[in-house]
Design a protein around this ligand. Structure first.
Ligand SMILES: NC(=O)c1ccc[n+]([C@@H]2O[C@H](COP(=O)([O-])OP(=O)(O)OC[C@H]3O[C@@H](n4cnc5c(N)ncnc54)[C@H](OP(=O)(O)O)[C@@H]3O)[C@@H](O)[C@H]2O)c1
Length: 253
């Protein structure tokens, strides 16, 4: 296992939720962490609360000059780049029959193409450090949620992408894997109206009970899997379900 200490880690979407959890865990283990997000105040607040190990770089992953700035800032902060975590993402829900091409393009721009571009740009740096790329898939790749096909399609895309990249980059010393979280109580689900315990305790309890372990997960629990994949030297091309057993599709009959 590689030591996380002194690794330079770039986490997109690190101003909230799972990305924030990852920033806290990697920094706690001694990494130099760079976090990004469009809301400058969010990333700045998270970085300030973590301390000097973490720097905030506001930016939009769909904008090429912002992507260049993120990578350059991570190298300036950590002296190299060891781990790229393509975590930034949004939930896109539209029923079949009501698709809007604009929404579909936005979903792919944010959840897929931005991650492809950042990964491509990071290859020389990760080759030099024998580093790793991580993607965020979803248990939407294992279970079918009606109305969520735009989101699920983007998450299936990054899972497939992760396997091909792993095959393509293995001989260059770069490991590539994908984490598939179950339901975690973050802004993405609140924005989608899926996890708001105050507004809908019954719905929250029902979603929790879909997990074999009977509960929603935490950002830290997903981040722990990221730390494992960042440090495990002989693991690549893996889709790691970190989902409390949601993907099992446990029958309620
Ligand atoms: N929570 C879950 O249940 C769950 C389950 C499976 C997979 N995931 C995946 O986990 C990842 C993190 O999501 P989360 O649950 O932690 O939700 P979140 O709190 O909403 O985090 C998403 C982050 O992405 C950033 N982001 C979105 N669009 C961006 C853009 N164009 N440029 C830069 N940053 C952008 C957001 O910051 P700004 O808005 O400030 O840009 C936000 O900090 C996502 O890829 C999501 O699909 C989550």
């Amino acid at each position: 296992m590689r030591e996380i200490k002194d690794m330079s880690v770039l986490i997109t979407g690190g101003g909230s939720g799972i990305g924030e959890g990852a920033a806290r865990l990697f920094a706690a283990q001694g990494a130099k962490v760079t976090i990004t997000g469009r809301r400058a105040d969010k990333v700045a607040a998270v970085a300030a609360s973590i301390g000097p190990a973490c720097q905030a770089v506001p930016g939009d992953v769909t904008v090429q000059r912002d992507r260049e700035a993120m990578i350059a800032a991570a190298v300036a902060h950590g002296g190299k780049l060891d781990v790229l975590i393509n975590n930034a993402g949004n939930m896109y829900r539209q029923a079949v029959g009501q698709y809007s091409e604009d929404v579909l393009k936005q979903a792919f721009d944010t959840n897929v193409i931005a991650a492809m571009m950042l990964s491509s740009m990071a290859v020389p740096l990760l080759e030099a450090s024998r580093g790793a790329i991580l993607f965020l898939g979803s248990i939407h790749n294992r279970r079918a949620y009606p109305g969520a096909s735009p989101y699920a399609t983007t998450k299936a895309a990054v899972e497939g992408l992760s396997r091909v990249m792993a095959a393509e980059l293995g001989r260059r010393g770069i490991r590539v894997s994908c984490v598939l979280p179950g339901a975690v109580n973050t802004e993405i689900n609140v924005r989608a109206g899926l996890l708001t315990p105050e507004e809908s305790a019954a719905r929250y309890a029902s979603m929790a009970s879909d997990h074999a372990l009977g509960r929603i997960g935490s950002s830290t629990e997903v981040a722990e899997a990221m730390v494992y994949l960042a440090s495990a030297d002989w693991v690549t091309g893996v889709s790691l379900e970190v989902d409390g057993g949601l993907g099992l599709g446990v029958s309620k009959f």
